[in-house]
Write a protein that binds this ligand. Structure first.
Ligand code: NAD
Length: 249
């Protein structure tokens, strides 16, 4: 039980096969109370109910500052405290540079990068007051290797922005005993690809992975668990690859 007595908020944790949902399950198994925040309010409530009575689901669009503040107030009131924030919500779009319309750029950057800032801002005052907190942010191997797997260049840009933001927050919030880290997964088998990943694409990608398989949601959930728990008490500003060796650098 690595998270006994702790409370965690996880964004983007409603989708059934997603990384956030697997993380919520693992955190609950490790004794944490969990608040699931998601654009899909019904899905968030259902996912929380499946975890048990101690957990809650809250509708929240992470691109909306007012939503983030309201969700934070609700989570803190219900859980009594929040020790862990997992900025996991994200969306992707497999297009090339010349196909990126301004509204696509805005949408992808908003959810993947601005949402990390807005939701963090909603919890930082509470964490500062308690002088404790662990924030983990979802980036992607796409930020490090310049895409080329599934998401487009706007996705790579947004996920690279997350790394800069998380490192700067780590430096700023360290004196408040708040740690901020990032994870950079390779291709993980979830529904984010929206059925657009063909068997041929999958086989091609696997050829470039030394461990010879795509990732599972729980592979990433375990890294979030490490970053959320006291096992990583002296780790901040770090970027942890979860990619089966797809990118070794
Ligand atoms: P998923 O589609 O299963 O889950 C994403 C969740 O985010 C969904 O529940 C969705 O409703 C929610 N969401 C979307 N927009 C939102 C918003 N504006 N506000 C709140 N919630 C919102 O996908 P996943 O693969 O589990 O992705 C989780 C995270 O992991 C994303 O940030 C994604 O970019 C990142 N990631 C995924 C992979 C992969 O290969 N699956 C690789 C690297 C990084």
């Amino acid at each position: 039980m690595l998270l006994a007595g702790k409370a965690a908020v996880i964004s983007g944790a409603a989708s059934a096969r997603g990384i956030g949902r697997a993380t919520a399950r693992l955190f609950a198994e490790h004794g944490a109370r969990v608040a699931i925040l998601d654009l899909d309010e019904q899905g968030a409530m259902q996912a929380a109910a499946e975890l048990g009575e101690r957990h809650l689901g809250i509708g929240c669009n992470v691109t909306n500052v007012a939503h983030c503040r309201k969700a934070a107030a609700q989570a803190i009131a219900a859980l009594g405290q929040v020790d862990i924030l997992i900025n996991n919500a994200g969306i992707s779009q497999p297009v090339k540079t010349m196909e990126i319309a301004p509204e696509d750029w805005a949408r992808i950057v908003d959810v993947n990068m601005s949402g990390v800032l807005y939701l963090s801002q909603a919890f930082i005052p509470h964490m500062r007051e308690r002088r404790r907190g662990s924030i983990a942010c979802m980036s992607s191997v796409s930020a490090q290797r310049g895409g080329g797997i599934f998401g487009g260049p706007h996705y790579s840009a947004a996920k690279a922005g997350v790394l800069g933001l998380a490192k700067a927050m780590a430096r700023e919030l360290g004196p408040d005993n708040i740690r901020v880290n990032s994870v950079t997964p390779g291709l993980i088998q979830t529904d984010i690809t929206g059925g657009k990943l063909t068997d041929e694409m999958r086989a091609d990608i696997i050829k470039g992975i030394p461990l010879g398989r795509l990732g599972e949601a729980v592979d990433v959930a375990r890294i979030y668990l490490f970053l959320a728990s006291d096992l990583s008490s002296y780790v901040t500003g770090a970027v942890i690859d979860v990619n089966g060796g797809m990118l070794i650098h």
